[in-house]
Design a protein around this ligand. Structure first.
Ligand SMILES: Cc1cc2nc3c(=O)[nH]c(=O)nc-3n(C[C@H](O)[C@H](O)[C@H](O)COP(=O)(O)OP(=O)(O)OC[C@H]3O[C@@H](n4cnc5c(N)ncnc54)[C@H](O)[C@@H]3O)c2cc1C
Length: 457
């Protein structure tokens, strides 16, 4: 153990400090600023979007109920989709069906996904945040918290110039890993609350120079024959079985998620799988990235050899951020369970609505659980309010919920909606002179719905 003291030369101050600029942090910062709070967002990557950009993850999973009938995530999420579509970088979910190239020929919970191009999305996120008045700082990583009794007074972060202190009245932790809550001493648990196991990581990549007619022709023929869209008959599982027999496929997974983008000849690929990663540990993240990049090379060789239309496929890019599905969950004032989700439990303090399936990737390897929900469910505000810290909210995949529940709400439309609710709560609470945790939830719910959010009771 080495200890030394140092004077932190740079200080920044805001009403609301959002840490992490992924889907949740983007929603939180835009909402806080639009509702009148002086808002700053700090992000360790070089862009907004988190998994959606640095992680190359996409499309946005469904924002409709699980019957595919009604759009139940709107507000800032819908505005982001429309504005990205207007720039040619997305297709609005109302126009996208399941069993297509945009949904990798899945049907369950894959109706009305939103295909997008990560680079355009990042530009639109910048625009929306700056228009709202958010002060953005990239390449800033939080590494500590300064606390007085139960309140955070500042977070310490690493900048190019050295260490800096960021002071605020309210902090919103959108790091995905609940880093700020953890540094502040909020109780958390890792992964599954019983076993501690976490869903595996994946590294997304994008390919191009695919001969679309051949590639899609084979998939459409299989669809016509009823051989796609059912479990164990996912995209290219038949070729993978052959390649495995030939010693040309050593990956855990027996399918390739291939998602066409709204720009010509670009596909997002979801197939690598790296188990046993604790993504709150730098050594594990490094191991995951190296292993993921090796798996991408294997998949490229497989595509060129076995998949029609891919003989000359090119690797366009590999994500710079490891795709992390699960790490810490905070202990909040309420913990959402999968039973709550399936029973459509009523919450007086519901702040958003969601309907994606409970999608558990096996922590050990192939397969998992995919359970459709009952139309839709809501999430209470208390899941974002940690115990033991007065001026902190947590939004995104690390809110207080069981691992099984998180397997549904962790996807991006819901994270943006959670962020919108947290940012709005923080701004309203400051106006009313109370802590965010004590915000008038009826006022919060009215404000959210007046600003486009959907809260079904
Ligand atoms: C492999 C994989 C496939 C997926 N597929 C889909 C899909 O197809 N569709 C879908 O909708 N969802 C999908 N998801 C889920 C979804 O991408 C994530 O759960 C979602 O992005 C979580 O949003 P978030 O804002 O909570 O966290 P993140 O997107 O992880 O964003 C967190 C942000 O905080 C920043 N950060 C972290 N720590 C710090 C720190 N200490 N200081 C400063 N900044 C920090 C990060 O750099 C990042 O930008 C997938 C996830 C994975 C991993």
């Amino acid at each position: 153990m080495f200890t030394y003291s140092k004077t932190v030369a740079r200080e920044f101050t805001a009403d609301v400090l959002v840490i992490g600029g992924g889907p949740a942090g983007f929603g939180a910062a835009v909402a806080a600023a639009r509702n009148g709070a002086s808002t700053m967002l700090i992000e360790r990557n070089a862009m907004l979007g988190g998994m959606a950009t640095a992680g190359l993850v996409g499309p946005f999973m469904t924002c409709y109920d699980d019957d595919g009938q009604e759009q139940i995530v709107k507000g800032i999420f819908d505005e982001l989709c429309l504005r990205t579509e207007a720039r040619g970088g997305a297709i609005h979910p109302s126009k996208v069906e399941g069993m297509t190239t945009y949904s990798s020929y899945y049907i369950r919970s894959h109706r009305h996904v939103t295909p997008f191009q990560s680079e355009t999305l990042a530009v639109v996120m910048d625009e929306m945040a700056l228009e709202a008045g958010v002060r953005l700082l990239f390449n800033v990583q939080v590494c500590d918290v300064v606390k007085e009794e139960e309140r955070i007074t500042g977070v310490v972060a690493v900048m190019k110039e050295g260490l800096a202190l960021f002071r605020a009245k309210t902090f919103i932790d959108c790091t995905g890993d609940a880093d700020v809550a953890y540094f502040a001493g909020v109780p958390t648990w890792m992964g599954d609350e019983r076993s501690g196991q976490m869903q595996p990581a994946s590294l997304f990549f994008e390919i191009g120079n695919v001969e679309r007619g051949q590639f899609v022709g084979e998939l459409e023929a299989r669809k016509e024959a009823g051989q796609l869209g059912i479990p164990s008959h996912n995209c290219w599982s038949w070729s993978i079985a052959q390649a495995r027999d030939n010693g040309d496929w050593a990956l855990e997974r027996d399918e390739i998620g291939n998602y066409e983008q709204p720009v010509a000849n670009r596909w997002k690929m979801n197939t690598t799988r790296i188990a046993g990663i604790d993504a709150t540990k730098t050594e594990d993240i490094t191991r995951g990235l190296i292993e993921g990049r090796n798996q991408v090379q294997q998949v490229m060789a497989f595509l060129r050899k076995y998949v029609p239309g891919c003989q000359n496929a090119e690797l366009i890019q590999v994500a710079s951020a490891l795709g992390v599905r699960e790490t810490r969950h905070i202990v909040g004032k309420y913990t959402l369970t999968v039973e709550d989700i399936m029973a459509q439990k009523h919450f007086d303090d519901a702040i958003c609505t969601f309907g994606y399936a409970v999608d558990i990737h096996d922590p050990q390897g192939n397969g998992g659980v995919f359970q459709e929900v009952n139309h839709y469910y809501t999430i209470p505000f208390r899941c974002m309010v940690p115990v033991d810290c007065e001026n902190l909210l947590v939004a995104g995949r690390s809110i207080s919920g069981s691992s099984e529940a998180a397997a549904s709400y962790r996807v991006m439309p819901c994270c943006i909606a959670l962020g919108q609710a947290a940012g709005t709560a923080a701004a309203l609470a400051l106006k009313c002179g109370v802590e965010a945790a004590d915000v008038d939830v009826e006022l919060l719910r009215r404000t959210l719905t007046s600003q486009g959010a959907v809260i079904k009771d």
